[in-house]
Ligand binder design. Structure first.
Ligand SMILES: NC(=O)c1ccc[n+]([C@@H]2O[C@H](COP(=O)([O-])OP(=O)(O)OC[C@H]3O[C@@H](n4cnc5c(N)ncnc54)[C@H](OP(=O)(O)O)[C@@H]3O)[C@@H](O)[C@H]2O)c1
Length: 392
């Protein structure tokens, strides 16, 4: 959502060496199968590797009958098989070595960032990392990846990828990658709302210094309820620990210090701030409805940094309209929020345009995750963050 979102890549830039490919017959078939609108890069008629390529990029377990010594038979280059024999990986970065700090041994990499021609190896790709800033086309191509084994998202949310998965494809999310950024934004929304920063900015734009007529809310001494106490929820609590507030925690299942979701109705009236951090699922869609909002205490602040659909927008607009609650929203339903939508003009609401994960903290963390996953995949170790499909 946002996979988390849509728009152009800010990632790096040089083209990787082309992943060579298929015989002319296979290529013709591949081209016939090409998606509707996106052209495919032509693939060479034969696949050849240098000795260096074989050592660094070839996956022995997936290339029966092709050995390094066979490949080394020719002094310069040796034919070693078709792309279908390789464990091909599509990554969204133009300089995958630079971005990842080195692609692990044993992979043949092509770049696809959602723009331009599709690489010629779409039928052979086994491991795919969709572009973070890509539109829906970065997920639609999954349907044409007939040899695909793993999709590794760069987002913690993954509901947007599920419709494109075939049986047998493993989906891994980026749990942990966005903890720092998203927890930070939750704190920022709380503090900005409590300390009335939006009004200060509006006043400053008009060069107005208003008289002091009352006190603002402080986070100190307040109670913050985290609904969806997972990876980001824990990161949020670590950040809140310096603010002299109390924290209540709710998750699906009870565990020490964390209440089960069934306890939510009893906990909501105790909270000054409710931060929503559940994933978008059939169970959580509309979780924050009129009843949920009605249980929040007068003057309480709702912060949503998870997914827009978790909140019933109509119910929130109605409740904000009474002036009883406040809201800080990084995500909305719909998204993007169109001009003229009543949420824009609702009182006491602060909206950021789904920026939770998009910070400087993102790239190094996602690079570490993807690199480690590729290493696991190559060595046969279990992948982490499997959220759908078979464990691998
Ligand atoms: N704003 C942004 O840009 C941004 C950035 C990153 C992530 N996100 C969103 O944040 C969400 C949370 O990320 P995360 O990494 O913290 O996920 P996570 O580690 O999987 O934690 C999710 C938490 O939600 C709880 N939960 C799941 N279903 C629930 C239900 N039906 N009722 C109550 N609690 C439920 C889980 O309970 P259990 O622990 O009992 O399973 C878990 O505690 C993501 O799914 C994504 O949509 C947004």
């Amino acid at each position: 959502m946002a996979g988390d979102r849509a728009a152009g890549s800010s990632e790096a830039m040089s083209k990787p060496p082309p992943l060579s490919s298929v015989c002319a017959h296979r290529r013709a078939q591949a081209l016939q199968k090409q998606p509707r609108t996106v052209p495919q890069r032509p693939a060479p008629a034969e696949f050849t590797l240098t000795r260096h390529d074989v050592r660094r990029r070839f996956i022995p377990r997936s290339a029966p009958g092709v050995t390094e010594s066979q490949a080394a038979g020719s002094p310069a280059r040796a034919k070693v098989g078709r792309v279908s024999d390789l464990l091909a990986v599509w990554l969204p970065w133009n300089d995958p070595d630079g971005f990842l700090g080195g692609v692990p041994d044993g992979f043949r990499v092509e770049t696809y960032d959602g723009h331009g021609q599709l690489p010629g190896s779409i039928e052979y790709v086994r491991f795919y990392v969709p572009q973070y800033f890509g539109g829906s086309n970065v997920n639609e191509v999954i349907r044409d990846m007939t040899a695909l084994e793993v999709v590794q998202t760069q987002t913690a949310g993954y509901e947007h990828v599920l419709p494109y998965l075939r049986d047998g494809v493993t989906l891994c999310n980026a749990r942990g990658v966005h903890d720092a950024s998203t927890a930070e934004l939750a704190v920022a929304l709380i503090l900005a709302s409590y300390r009335e920063i939006p009004q200060a900015v509006r006043d400053a734009d008009r060069e107005v210094w208003p008289p002091l007529t009352g006190v603002q809310d402080s986070l100190a001494d307040k109670t913050v309820l985290i609904v969806g106490y997972g990876s980001i929820g824990e990161a949020l609590e670590r950040r809140l620990s310096g603010f002299e507030c109390d924290v209540l925690r709710v998750a699906r299942r009870a565990r020490p210090g964390v209440a089960p979701i069934d306890d939510l109705p009893a906990l909501l009236p105790r909270a000054d701030v409710v931060v929503v951090l559940v994933p978008a699922t059939d169970q959580t869609r509309g979780l924050v409805d009129a009843e949920f909002l009605g249980r929040m205490k007068d003057g309480a602040l709702l912060v949503n940094v998870s997914r827009g659909v978790v909140v019933d927008t109509g119910a929130l607009v109605a409740e904000l309209g009474t002036g009883r609650l406040r809201a800080g929203l990084d995500v909305t339903d719909p998204e993007p929020l169109p001009a003229g939508h009543p949420l824009w003009s609702a009182p006491n609401v602060l909206i950021t345009p789904h920026r939770g994960g998009a910070t400087t903290a993102f790239a190094p963390r996602v690079a570490a995750l993807v690199r480690a996953q590729l290493e696991r995949f190559a060595s046969g170790e279990p992948l982490v963050n499997v959220v759908a499909g078979p464990a691998r």
